[in-house]
Design a binder for this molecule. Structure first.
Ligand SMILES: Nc1nc2c(ncn2[C@@H]2O[C@H](COP(=O)(O)OP(=O)(O)OP(=O)(O)O)[C@@H](O)[C@H]2O)c(=O)[nH]1
Ligand SMILES: [Mg+2]
Length: 312
C-alpha cells in the first residue's frame, strides 16, 4: 500500500473532527492525516493542536483566514507530492464521506491512478433533499457531457490519487478557489490518465455543524464549466496535457513562512534600457514576471521576491 496521506479541510467542524480522525486511524492504521483549518471561529484549530501533541501522524496547517476549499485541496496536493506520499486521499470532515470506504480507495489505487466515491453509480446513494439533489445531479451531468469526463461523479471530494498522477497535474493551471476546484481538477485528471474509476458510496448528510456552500458557488461553478468547455473545444489535447504537466513552484512566503505557493498570473514587464555609454538612445525589452499567491496566508507577490526552498 505504501505511505498514505489522508487529507481533510475544516471550517467550523469542532463536533466532527476528533471523531473523524480517530476513525480514519481505525480504517487505515499507521498512516498520516493532514488537516488544513482556516482559522475556524468554533475552536476546531485548538482541538486539532491538542491531537497533534499526542500523535505525530497528524499534521495541521493553520491558515490565517477562510481562503476557500479549493485552495486548501491544492495545498494538500502540493504537500503530498513534496513529502513523497504514495497515495493521497481527500475527504470532507463532516462524515458525508464515511471513513469506512478508505480501504476500498487504497485497494482501487492498486490498479488505477485515480478513484472517486460516487453517489451516481449503481449502489451509490445520497441523503440530500430534492432541491440539492437536482442541483448536484445537473452539475454532474453537465460536467460529464460538456467536458467529456468518463465518470458519473465529478463533484464530490472523496478521492484517491496515486503519486505518479498527482505529480503530473499542473495545479497552478487550476484557477478555482472554491467548490469548482473539484470539477476543474477532475477535468485535468481525465486528460492525464485513462486509469480512472469510481466506486459507490452512500453520501450521508453532515453529522454536525452547518454547510458552508454558498449560492455564489453555483454561479462560479457554471462560469468555470464554460471556461473548461471552451478549453476542451478549442485547445488541442496535447496543449492541455503540456499545460497539465509543467513543473510546480515551491517558495517560502515572506509574510507567513508558508511553503506552498500557486501561480496566479504572468505580468508582462516593459523595460527601457540605455543602449550604451555613448549611445543614449533606448532599447525596449519585454519580460514576463509570474505573480504567485501563498496558499497559507493568501499574500500575492512577484515570484522573484521569494526564496526557493528545497528543505520544507
Ligand atoms: N479549510 C477550509 N475548509 C472548508 C472551507 N469551506 C468548507 N470547508 C470544509 O470542506 C468540507 C466540505 O464543506 P461542506 O460545508 O460540508 O460542504 P458540502 O459538503 O458541499 O455541503 P453540505 O452537504 O451541506 O455539508 C468540510 O469539511 C468543511 O469544513 C474553507 O473555506 N476552508
Ligand atoms: Mg458536507
Amino acid at each position: 500500500m505504501g505511505r498514505v496521506l489522508i487529507f481533510t479541510a475544516t471550517y467550523n467542524e469542532v463536533d466532527n473532527v476528533e471523531d473523524l480522525i480517530e476513525q480514519i486511524f481505525q480504517y487505515l492504521p499507521g498512516q498520516n492525516v493532514l488537516v488544513v483549518d482556516d482559522a475556524s471561529p468554533d475552536g476546531t484549530g485548538t482541538v486539532l493542536d491538542k491531537m497533534v501533541e499526542s500523535n505525530d501522524k497528524i499534521h495541521v496547517i493553520h491558515r490565517t483566514k477562510k481562503l476557500g476549499l479549493g485552495t486548501a485541496h491544492k495545498l494538500a496536493m502540493k504537500y503530498a507530492v513534496h513529502h513523497g506520499f504514495d497515495i493521497l486521499i481527500t475527504m470532507d470532515a463532516d462524515f458525508s464521506h464515511h471513513p469506512n470506504y478508505l480501504p476500498t480507495i487504497v485497494e482501487a489505487l492498486a490498479k488505477h491512478d485515480f478513484v472517486i466515491g460516487s453517489r451516481y453509480i449503481e449502489g451509490g446513494a445520497l441523503d440530500y433533499g430534492w432541491f440539492r439533489t437536482l442541483i448536484s445531479k445537473t452539475a454532474n451531468l453537465l460536467a460529464r457531457y460538456l467536458l467529456n469526463i468518463p465518470l458519473k461523479e465529478c463533484t464530490t471530494s472523496y478521492r484517491g490519487f496515486r503519486h505518479s498522477l498527482l505529480k503530473q497535474i499542473n495545479l497552478d493551471a487550476i484557477h478555482s478557489e472554491g467548490y469548482s476546484f473539484f470539477v476543474e481538477s477532475i477535468f485535468y485528471v481525465s486528460r492525464l490518465s485513462n486509469k480512472i474509476t469510481e466506486f459507490p458510496i452512500h453520501f450521508e448528510d453532515r453529522r454536525a455543524g452547518a454547510s458552508k456552500i454558498s449560492k455564489t458557488e453555483i454561479v462560479k461553478g457554471m462560469t468555470s464549466l464554460m471556461r473548461l468547455f471552451y478549453l476542451r473545444m478549442f485547445s488541442s489535447l496535447s496543449k492541455i496535457k503540456a499545460e497539465s504537466s509543467s513543473e510546480q513552484s515551491l517558495h517560502i512566503c515572506i509574510k507567513c513562512g508558508g511553503a506552498y505557493q500557486t501561480v496566479i498570473d504572468s505580468l508582462i514587464i516593459q523595460e527601457k534600457q540605455e543602449k550604451g555609454a555613448d549611445d543614449h538612445s533606448f532599447s525596449e525589452h519585454q519580460s514576463y514576471r509570474r505573480m504567485v499567491q501563498c496558499l497559507q496566508c493568501g499574500l500575492i507577490s512577484p515570484e522573484s521576491h521569494l526564496q526557493t526552498n528545497n528543505n520544507v
